[in-house]
Design a protein around this ligand. Sequence first.
Ligand SMILES: Cc1ncc(COP(=O)(O)O)c(C=O)c1O
Length: 349
Amino acid sequence: MIDFRSDTTTRPTRAMRDAIANAEVGDEQEREDPTVNELERRAAAFLGQEEAVFLPTATMANQIALRILSEPGDELLAEETSHVLLYEQGGPAVFSGLVMRGLPGHRGRIAPEQIRGAVRRYTATHMPRTRVVSIENTHNSSGGRVWTLAEIDAVAETARELDLRVHLDGARIVNAATALGVPTAEIGRRVDVVTLCLSKGLGCPLGALVAGSAELMATARRAKHLFGGAMRQAGIVAAAGLYALDHHVERIADDHARARRLAEALAAAGLAVDLEQVETNFVQIDVGSLALTADEALARLAAEGVRLSDTIHPTILRALTHLDVDDDAIDRAAELIPRALGVPIRADP
Ligand SMILES: Cc1ncc(COP(=O)(O)O)c(C=O)c1O
């Protein structure tokens, strides 16, 4: 089975497991775990921020980021299909008392004028105070699309002018940096708080970080405890993160090249693949013109030994490349996917 459902499906490599087995550990809650401490130090520099806090998941990292940037009753602005709005069970409302407001995006991006138009004049005592703008790079629902540095700057400058804070959901920030050809810190340093997921393109079994100023991270450490995320001998997981920062960052470019190769092969075979969308490790296939529902298409693909996943767009499937998909898998998938989808199912006349 070739598994393209998500870049979260990777399993730790032998070498990563060795790093895990050999990790020095201590009580993380007491900040006595040397491996966690080292990962936090490395991740802060990697993300262009002063400090970082190690967490179990990217969802918790997002939730803590929003919590420390706001007060209950404040308003959060984000692109309407962003992960924090659509896929975290209303967490910003539940955990931080935020009013969640989605803005229509273009390829996952929102423009400064939209923020200017949406911001509420909180001098009016009866209105929620617009406080946080959350952006996502790369943006998942739009197919791994990339915010450029100029686009981030434009939004961040507008936010500062309006006294808003900027959170960057950087679950796939390494993919964005790779696509832009810049160090990850160049993206991360542009915002108030940024997150990093270790269990997507970086190939760790779990783990994430939230990063920002020392002052904000002191609050994040308190929130980590409150959210139940303060751990004990977590160095066994942090060791995987350190290994990934050393060995799995540069190889992300291979995932992008493989996604492009797969996309081009599928498009050449006649499938509806928008090559312009393929900026990172996502390939999207529109099965609408094949008279197949997404579920039917997924079932046919699985029967041929290829797993894709559905998206919020009813006829669009996605394939993500990652550490466990090599060149040979791409070659095989380039044959299997068109074969599985190639015969349109038509209703009997
Ligand atoms: C953009 C983005 N942010 C955050 C997350 C949350 O990651 P996790 O489910 O590992 O907590 C995801 C997961 O898919 C994501 O795509």
